[in-house]
Design a protein around this ligand. Structure first.
Ligand SMILES: Cc1ncc(COP(=O)(O)O)c(C=O)c1O
Length: 400
């Protein structure tokens, strides 16, 4: 680490609330799968800004769309029509198979807040004032604001901020009987990540999601998917539910929507799309012309470069390589994931140390707790690059 890093790290420690324990590196430039630090050292990025930069770093189509819009018009609010916003909503609807209406916001947490407000409004209109409860999964992650945190199924993130909002229950994932038992007349929505991300990359089983859809139809409850991390071809299809063949009524999007710029969206179809009216919800910045231009360019490039297919192919290769490593070393207990959303669960509590050593060796990977390594590379990732990852992991795991 150079003097420039030291200077910035000291400033960061002095002036930021310490909510993040940042890693000892200062990234100054990126291109595709690659990041460069302040001393020009190159890294392969298997995290993509926590699943945001699906097109890779500094994608020219997004850069140009943003630059052009910055020179034209940046912000006038949601009180007026602007270029690109409605076209983006149309594009999102098409990407999700048609029939969707969108509310644009600025982050995943905000998208979840929107989903919860929409579901409460929908429930109260249908079954009265007591129909406002949301059932979500244990170990889920839906964000950090009070409603999103209340929906999150992780006590460690919640306890310090009690009391949480009323009306949230959590059930074990992939257990349809527990879910069915938790749904009552007071339930307005079931909220699930098709693949739990922050919790450690735990995919829903296909039969489970089909049964959840059926339960929602039978009990008149909205099915809401949190596709904040799984969306935008991460798991192969535009949204993960398309790979499962289980369409929700509502979904939350963010992260890769504008390839790393702050953007989020709530999509609703059927009766859910009628739930909110003028004045019920809002956002000063949501769907502004710059972000909308960036999102349109992002979606266009994701499709043109066929990155969903690449995510499927490269993700399968990565899981195969990790399973081979598991068989050879006995140091990986389980490999999970869909597309390029992958985790390796270690047999020993070494995940943080392994991630730190990978960074030393020029690979950015993520550790969740002490046992799970998570890989969310840009979707331009090649099998040559995943081979470098598995070779490096082999060396790092073996070097204990
Ligand atoms: C599934 C899921 N939902 C919601 C969020 C919150 O998104 P944001 O950090 O953009 O508020 C995240 C962030 O990691 C997420 O993975």
């Amino acid at each position: 680490m150079g003097a420039h890093y030291d200077e910035i790290a000291a400033l960061d420690a002095a002036y930021h609330l310490p909510t993040y324990a940042r890693k000892p590196v200062l990234f100054t430039r990126g291109e595709g799968m690659r990041l460069y630090d302040d001393e020009g050292r190159e890294y392969l990025d298997f995290l993509a800004g926590i699943g945001c930069v699906n097109l890779g770093h500094a994608h020219p189509a997004v850069a140009e769309a943003v630059a052009e819009q910055m020179h034209t018009l940046v912000h006038v609010s949601n009180l007026y029509q602007v270029e690109h916003r409605a076209a983006l909503a149309e594009r999102l609807s098409g990407l999700a198979g048609g029939g969707w209406k969108t509310f644009l916001c600025n982050s995943g947490t905000e998208a979840i807040e929107g989903v919860i407000k929409l579901a409460r409004r929908w429930g109260k209109t249908r079954r009265g004032e007591t129909c406002f409860e949301v059932v979500s999964a244990q170990r889920s992650f839906h964000g950090r604001t009070m409603a999103a945190l209340s929906a999150t199924g992780q006590a460690s993130k919640q306890e310090a901020f009690a009391p949480l909002l009323p009306g949230f229950t959590h059930v074990p994932l992939n257990d349809i009987d527990s879910l069915a038992a938790a749904v009552t007349d007071r339930t307005c929505a079931i909220l699930l990540e098709p693949v739990q991300g922050e919790g450690g990359v735990y995919p829903c089983e296909e039969s489970y999601l089909r049964a959840v859809r059926q339960l929602c139809d039978e009990r008149e409850v909205l099915l809401a998917f949190d596709e904040v991390q799984t969306g935008f071809f991460r798991t192969g299809t535009p949204f993960a539910w398309q790979g499962y063949g289980v369409r929700p009524d509502v979904m939350a999007l963010a992260k890769a929507l504008a390839n790393g710029l702050p953007a989020g969206a709530v999509l609703a179809s059927g009766s859910a799309a009628e739930a909110l009216g003028p004045g019920d919800h809002g956002s000063t910045f949501g769907g502004g012309p710059v972000i909308a231009a960036a999102a349109l360019a992002t979606i266009g490039a994701l499709e043109a470069e066929r990155l969903g297919e690449n995510a499927q192919r490269t993700g399968a290769a990565l899981r195969d390589a990790l399973r081979a490593l598991a068989a050879e070393t006995g140091l990986i207990a389980e490999v999970r994931g869909r597309g390029l959303m992958v985790a390796a669960e270690l047999t020993e509590p070494r995940a943080q140390a392994v991630a730190a050593e990978c960074l030393e060796r020029g690979l950015v990977i993520n550790a969740i707790g002490e046992r799970i390594l998570r890989f969310l590379p840009p979707l331009v990732c090649t099998t040559d690059e995943t081979a470098i990852l598995s070779d490096t992991l082999h060396a790092v795991l073996g070097a204990a």
